[in-house]
Design a protein around this ligand. Sequence first.
Ligand SMILES: [Mg+2]
Ligand SMILES: [Zn+2]
Length: 197
Amino acid sequence: MLIYTPDSYSKSSPSGKRALFLDRDGVINTEINYLYKIEDFEFIDGIFDLCRTAVEHNYRVVVVTNQSGIARGYYSETDLEKLTKWMMREFAGHGIEISKVYACPHLINADLESYRRDCHARKPNPGMLLQAKEDFNLDLSKCIFIGDKKRDMEAGLRAGIGSLILFDASTSVPEELDLKVSIVSNLNQAKEKLFNK
Ligand SMILES: [Mg+2]
Ligand SMILES: [Zn+2]
């Protein structure tokens, strides 16, 4: 598991047991297959507003992302580190501290042998969420996870995340998929649903 931290943690950052977990591709940035270049990274509308509101409600922001493009040899750990550090600075520039970014570079049938692994961190496995729980002493039942894929929701369910949001832009109205998962069609709906504002 690759883990990225901010250059420094601010004293005013949320310190409680709650986190807003975000998938990266399709939630923070527009999905492009195997994105690794900064110039291709396009923030999705509402992401900064959503995160700011979460921080106001004392949620730390944590990113959990599958990055099998590394196992497939499409880009390197160095590429991912550059992009991730840049992304974290962009958030910081909007007043939002990302506590950590967790990334899994593995794939069970990877081309590159060194990344060929049935990894506990790769979603739908819950490894990254559980590592964050350890790192920040989180109560996952009080945490939120927003993802755009079924495997995000599955990882969240397996980890016992209390509130799961599936971001699906093709949805016309917000709906409850089941008791634990809600679907939203944009990040503003997620913000309203989660924080009533
Ligand atoms: Mg995604
Ligand atoms: Zn992994």
